[in-house]
Design a protein around this ligand. Structure first.
Ligand code: CTP
Length: 130
């Protein structure tokens, strides 16, 4: 049984999110997703998410490709989460390329290419100026 773990905010859920989760799941037998808490997103991106953390967790948990979801409270705890969930593979988008190479002491670290031309930020910008 190969467990894959990945992390993200997944605010205003879009096709780039679905693509990376499906590709992450295809690397193993079980996919666990750490969804960034509202407070972590504020620290990480300087804004509160549009969707509250409980709704984001529920959306991710409802996907066919996702087996388990938890709330990620701290960016620095990746190693703890990997150990807790006995993950064999850590998947990150290539916007994080190299940032989590330190975790390779614990598991394989795979950076997947982002889906081009879409992000939560760009959706928010478009909607703002409609
Ligand atoms: N992701 C992706 N392709 C995109 C957008 C996101 O593969 N076009 C991936 C990210 O690399 C990450 C996960 O989806 O692994 C969650 O990303 P998140 O930061 O929540 O989404 P973004 O759309 O990048 O959000 P923002 O614009 O707020 O940075």
């Amino acid at each position: 049984m190969t467990t894959v773990i990945t992390f993200g905010t997944f605010d205003v859920f879009h096709i780039g999110h679905l693509n990376i989760l499906e590709r992450a799941r295809a690397l193993g037998d079980k996919l666990i997703v750490g969804v960034s808490s509202d407070a972590l997103n504020m620290r990480k991106k300087g804004r509160w998410p549009i969707y509250r953390e409980n709704d984001r967790v529920q959306i991710i948990a409802g996907l066919k490709c996702v087996d388990e979801v938890f709330l990620e409270e701290s960016l620095e705890e990746k190693m703890t989460y990997i150990r807790q969930h006995k993950a064999a593979i850590l998947v990150m988008g290539d916007d994080w390329q190299g940032r989590f190479d330190g975790c390779s002491a614990l598991c394989e670290v795979v950076y997947l290419e982002r889906t081009p031309s879409i992000s939560t930020t760009s959706i928010i910008e478009v909607v703002k100026y409609l």
